[in-house]
Design a protein around this ligand. Structure first.
Ligand code: ZN
Length: 489
């Protein structure tokens, strides 16, 4: 439909430039101070209590455990600053839990708490209880996740050792399906691996891939980490080191293909053989990315992160807040994302509902990290926008949002979705289409808007990412501090 912007695959040309020009003696000394530590914790719920599974419809009660859920952690230090990245096999830990985990993680300057968006784990949001009017949240389970995540961060800190880093990518479009028009996806798997500086032995791997972990489908009622279990298993078996798996831009909606082949057999979604085959295929793609990897200097570490408020106009979320189905407090929307209004407790009605969340940008030496609190539509990775807009959309003249590769250009980066929060779908505003007549000649709206807090989510979050990236001197964000980024004129 629209041409894809250039992906960086394999051994991108720019690494040659980095290694000859940018890896100065000072940078080498900083790299020499790099320390890394890994740990994980089991966060499988107790299924002798009612466990409501999140991600599809309501009323899906867990009937047992197929495989265990984990939170996987990596901690990095440049000798001065220490940061942690934790990622849980859950639908999406909420910002209040991120704040609690940070409070329990003393001695770490910045903690990023992400979720894989697993659709076969307990409800940690509230929306997937026995009925739409009852919360599926178990506060006792949330406490367990908070404490074990903080403990895993402390464990990773205790295991820190000297390291050097490398970064690589590999691409496979056939492992993804976009179920919404226009077709746009991020087919690039990214790895950041750490080695011992002396003997080169591998110490651990961070893997970023961009697909909904929902391959077991809505019929499954067993707890599982979905395909991520087999991706992590495959890489652990191959390399014998800790793996931290994170989800990238999965909105839109990016899901698995309908069938996979393994051992001469064909499996369909909803079959365990499918989850295994898909997970192993992603593991193989990660192996390919590792083979392509080149040294990257990931120190010094700097972080730009700030809370902000996003307006909530979705009636379903407003009702869930009023019914206390959503457990997190709201913030009054003031019209300025960086100036939150008063706190509005669940159960209290408000005319101007907003949700407090966080956008972060990290600069790890040569590597950039974007952290967005939900399911970003991949259009905003590379700028695969409909331009001009499709006929009949609600905001055909909305400015195009800043894009991730627009900000980071050709530099190596990781994109972490569901980072520190999960507020739902993040659609390009120009694609928003909830009022008839509908785009593409459809008689019904496409699936997506129902799971988004509103049409201004993407502009608010991506403009905030642009400002955070500008604070750190990102190549495509320079000179934009304090201004709303405008792209496409
Ligand atoms: Zn989703």
């Amino acid at each position: 439909m629209r041409a894809y912007a250039g992906y960086r695959v394999g051994r991108p040309w720019h690494f040659a430039l980095f290694l000859t020009a940018a890896l100065s003696a000072a940078a080498s000394r900083a790299q020499a101070r790099l320390q890394v530590g890994f740990a994980q914790a089991d966060i499988t719920p107790d299924v002798t209590r009612p466990v409501w599974l999140a991600g599809f419809g309501t009323g899906r009660k867990a009937t047992g455990i197929h495989d265990h859920l984990f939170v996987r952690v990596v901690v990095l230090s440049d000798g001065e600053k220490r940061i942690a990245l934790a990622c849980a096999d859950l639908i999406g830990l909420q910002y209040p839990e991120t704040v609690r985990i940070r409070r329990e993680s003393k001695g770490v300057d910045y903690v990023l708490v992400a979720s894989t968006h697993n659709h076969a784990g307990p409800d940690v949001v509230g929306l997937w209880g026995p009925t739409p009017r009852e919360s599926g949240l178990d506060p006792q389970y949330l406490d367990l996740v908070v404490h074990r995540t903080a403990k895993a961060i402390r464990d990773a800190c205790a295991r820190m050792q000297a390291a050097k880093a490398c970064y690589g990518t590999a691409m496979n479009r056939s492992l993804l399906k976009d179920v919404r028009l226009p077709v746009a996806l991020d087919p690039v798997l990214r790895v950041l691996a750490f080695h011992h500086p002396g003997d080169d032995r591998l110490l651990g791997i961070v893997v970023q891939w961009n697909c909904h972990p929902e391959s077991m489908d809505s019929g499954n009622t067993l707890i599982t980490a979905d395909f991520v279990k087999w991706t992590v298993d495959q890489l652990h078996r191959r390399y014998g080191v800790p793996i931290v798996y994170v989800s990238g831009a999965i909105g839109g909606l990016l899901t698995t293909p309908d069938e996979m082949r393994i051992g001469g057999r064909t499996f369909k979604t909803g079959q365990w053989g499918f989850a295994e085959a898909y997970g192993r295929a992603v593991g193989q793609l990660a192996e390919e990315a590792l083979q392509n990897a080149e040294p990257v200097n990931v120190t010094p570490i700097s972080v730009a992160a700030r809370p902000l408020v996003v307006p909530v106009v979705n009636g379903r979320y407003q009702t869930a807040h009023r019914l206390k189905v959503l457990h997190r407090p709201a913030r009054e929307w003031t019209g300025d994302p960086e100036k939150g209004g008063r706190v509005v407790q669940p159960g209290v009605a408000t005319q101007r509902m907003g949700v407090e969340t966080e956008v972060a940008c990290l600069r790890l030496g040569q590597l950039w990290v974007a952290a967005i609190p939900g399911e970003l539509y991949p259009e905003m990775m590379y700028g695969q926008f409909q331009n001009p807009a499709e006929a009949n959309v609600d905001f055909p003249h909305a400015p195009l949002e800043p894009t991730v590769t627009g900000l980071f250009r050709d530099r190596p980066f990781l994109f972490i979705g569901l980072a520190n929060d999960e507020i739902g779908y993040i659609l390009p505003k120009r694609q928003w289409d909830s009022e008839p007549p509908f785009a593409y000649g459809r008689s019904k709206p496409q699936y997506g808007e129902a799971n988004s807090v509103g049409p201004d989510t993407a502009p608010v979050l991506m403009n905030a990412l642009c400002r955070r990236a500008a604070e750190l001197g990102a190549p495509g964000a320079r000179g934009t501090e304090g201004n709303e980024y405008r792209s496409g004129g």
